[in-house]
Design a protein around this ligand. Structure first.
Ligand code: CP3
Length: 337
């Protein structure tokens, strides 16, 4: 996986899944019940290690992603946060006047259980399993801080950026600085790779994409590389469409996570400049059968000759049958050119 992220070709490609520890697994649901709330699970190193390892034990993925959430960053900055069954994350909407009062002093103390989870994971995982640390991109994190909950198109954050451009810039810069420090600590604790999730980069106009997605992510990559020049950074600007072109060069990301809407012809062009990761539609994994096998084959055919990390184009959904995950892994692993 590390070689591939640095630009080498491996076939069959390494494989893992976004949200590979999650509700589609009975052992996850059981541990989640024991933890109490979702956030209790994120901040409990014993249980967070356990759920991170569950999909590795069951499926033997090539990479393991720290179990946590992107919203622990605003939580560690003093914002309230809880997760409600069926509603997702809930926060008190951030106001302009509160930006300069975000509390950075206790940031790493608040996140120390997560660093502990990373340390234990690196010790417990097989040597050949790559450990991925992560954070949310400043824009995506800001959308939840501003709206206080998920929305279909992040209209509240877009409006906030138009009405208060300077405040938005300060917020994104603060989130970039804190997120970079957070990733650096994860690498110090044992993460081999870090990924930046920009799940809402697809809702911005051209100028907004440049200012709110490209520049803050580039800032994080700069700071991570200043501390750890050899650690690859994967960036996932979900929904970026034609703006994937040029994004790698503009941000310094080593590898691009591709959502399922990226056509494979475009993915091939993007792969000329380095590794790509993705991009099976998670609904193909729910459907199984030919929809699944054809989707996998198309990706391997189009991208198998270059640096590819096989993955979904977004997270696995709770209703996905485990047998379909097994079928996906076995098809990828048995592929021959
Ligand atoms: O990929 C992994 O296995 C690592 C763990 C991980 C989670 N969230 C666990 C989680 C990662 C990398 C994330 C990132 C994340 N969190 C993103 C970016 C990626 C993406 O999915 O677009 C975003 C936008 C969030 C915020 C978030 N967390 C939302 C909107 C929700 C609710 C939606 C849902 O699926 O319930 C969460 C909750 C969440 N984060 C769950 C998990 C396993 C489900 C919680 C549960 O057990 O009930």
């Amino acid at each position: 996986m590390l070689d591939v992220l640095r630009g080498k070709t491996a076939f069959p490609p390494p494989v893992w899944m976004m949200r590979q520890a999650g509700r589609y697994l009975p052992e996850y649901r059981e541990t989640r019940k024991r933890a109490g709330s979702f956030l209790d699970l994120c901040y409990n190193p014993d249980l967070a290690v356990e759920v991170t390892l569950q999909p590795i034990r069951r499926f033997g993925f090539d990479a393991s992603i720290l179990f946590s959430d992107i919203l622990v960053v605003p939580h560690a900055l003093g914002r309230d946060l809880h997760f409600e069954e069926g509603r997702g994350p809930l926060m008190t909407p951030l106001e302009v006047a509160e930006i300069d009062g975000l509390e950075t002093e206790r940031f790493h103390v608040n996140l120390s259980p997560i660093y502990e989870t990373v340390r234990r994971l690196r010790a417990d995982l097989p040597d050949e399993t790559t450990l991925i640390g992560f954070c949310g991109a400043p824009w995506t994190v800001a959308t939840y801080m501003i709206a206080g909950h998920g929305t279909p198109d992040q209209a509240p954050a877009r409006l906030f950026a138009y009405r208060h451009p300077q405040a938005m810039r300060r917020l994104l810069k603060l989130l970039a600085d804190q997120s970079a420090a957070y990733l650096i600590r994860q690498i110090d604790a044992g993460a081999d790779v870090v990924q930046i999730f920009d799940s809402w980069s697809g809702v911005l106009d051209g100028a907004g994409f440049q200012a709110s997605c490209v520049e803050p992510v580039a800032e994080i990559v700069r700071q991570v590389h200043a501390a750890h020049p050899d650690v690859p950074v994967v960036a996932f600007p979900k929904g970026a469409g034609s703006r994937y072109d040029g994004y790698r060069a503009a941000t310094g990301a080593a590898a691009l996570g591709l959502d399922w809407t990226v056509p494979l012809a475009q993915a091939r062009c993007l792969q000329k400049d380095g590794a790509v990761q993705g991009n099976l539609d998670p609904q193909r994994l729910v459907a199984g059968g030919e929809a699944l096998s054809e989707g996998i084959e198309a990706i391997l055919d189009a991208l198998g000759d270059g640096p590819l990390v096989f993955n979904l184009g977004h997270g696995i959904t709770p209703e996905t049958p485990i047998a379909h995950v097994e079928a996906m892994i076995s098809q990828v692993r048995s592929a021959r050119k």
